[in-house]
Design a protein around this ligand. Sequence first.
Ligand code: GLY
Ligand code: MN
Ligand code: MN
Length: 438
Amino acid sequence: MNLRSLFNEHAKILQFNTAEILNELKLDALVIGAGEPQIYFEDDQDVPYRSNHHFRHWCPIEGPHHVLKIVPGQKPLLRLYKPADFWYDVKPLHQEFWMDAFQIEICDKVEDLWKNIGVGGLGRIAYQGPDRERATKQNLLVDVEGLLPRLNWNRVSKTAYEQECLVDATRIAAKGHIAAERAFRQGGSELDIHFAYLQATRSREIDLPYENIIALNEKSAFLHYAEKRDDIHNGRVLLIDAGANARGYASDISRTYATEDAPEEFRALLEDMTRMQKDICASIRLHVRMNDLHFNTHERIAELLVNHKILLGVDAQKAMSDGLTLPFFPHGLGHMLGIFVHDVAGRQINREGTIGENDPRFPKLRTLRPLEIGTIVTIEPGLYFIKMLLEPYRKGEFSKLFNWTLIERLMPCGGIRIEDNVVILKDQVRNVTREFLP
Ligand code: GLY
Ligand code: MN
Ligand code: MN
């Protein structure tokens, strides 16, 4: 199916789901605002702008101020802001693939976008977006109880159009990952690798769904390392966590590479982690719970730590029950992925918005729910040598089970994270990342 048909199908599903929500909440219509640009405190410079995620769900056009009104049984009304401007270039609209799904009105003044937007209901038109003041002035209802959780709930299962956005975001990111690996192997600094990524993806930083994590050597032990050092070259280990954006949807991909100069033990560990990550992806089945997958990943990591003699005199089961994997794998196995990199409703267990009980084993997991059809999640096991987390174990009751000599040898390598994006389908779990980065 081409993009236009995919999008029209997407819009139909959204229209159906929204009508259901409006009916449940006894509302006549829903208005969604794209949002307004922000400026830095007391400055005249704009903060990088992103439209309201609920708006993005409906329409891929970027830029502030647009307003969307959804009334059951009618084609949604989309008021687009296109000012006459000589300070900034305003991109012309051609026959965009998404246009058929809306009744479009072009406005060159922000006030016109909002004119009479509250007309047509019996005072039961809800608003979801950041421009609350304008919405209130138009008699729209802000903060309707139960609206946000329902909108978020419907976001978890991605339409075929949204899955295609992930595919495109992956295609772009894969080019960056290939170029980044090359720059690393040529001895580039973190900054060089970052520029190679941007160049290959034809992205500006502002286009990326999240800040690139590009860490050489020991810095790969910082989970969200954001520096880009320029003074360190010829790294032995690279951990790169970088994605791309397609029509407002993110990919979120991590790879770890080691050169011949990295300690042999680290390279062996990387090989086994790579195999393990692929095995986890292959083990995913419809309805499986992320916390169970996460628990199972800890079991696998326990085995790896024992097999690689990082833990000594203990078997994997005992290592697991004593919590010895925790300092090595301190984050979740994965999260929902979509418009947000850490997408909405991962902990929500029903459409009304109940947040699930945390698994007491892992109280910080972002994703509790079973993987239903259309869910997109990341699968990103990691294994790190983080001084801050290991130090208490050095002094603790299990200290003698840790091979501190080996751990110290591995600390300058930082850590490993391998992250793919998978789509849960009816009869298949599709690892989109491996289609582009096998
Ligand atoms: N890139 C952030 C994450 O993997 O969650
Ligand atoms: Mn991730
Ligand atoms: Mn990531």
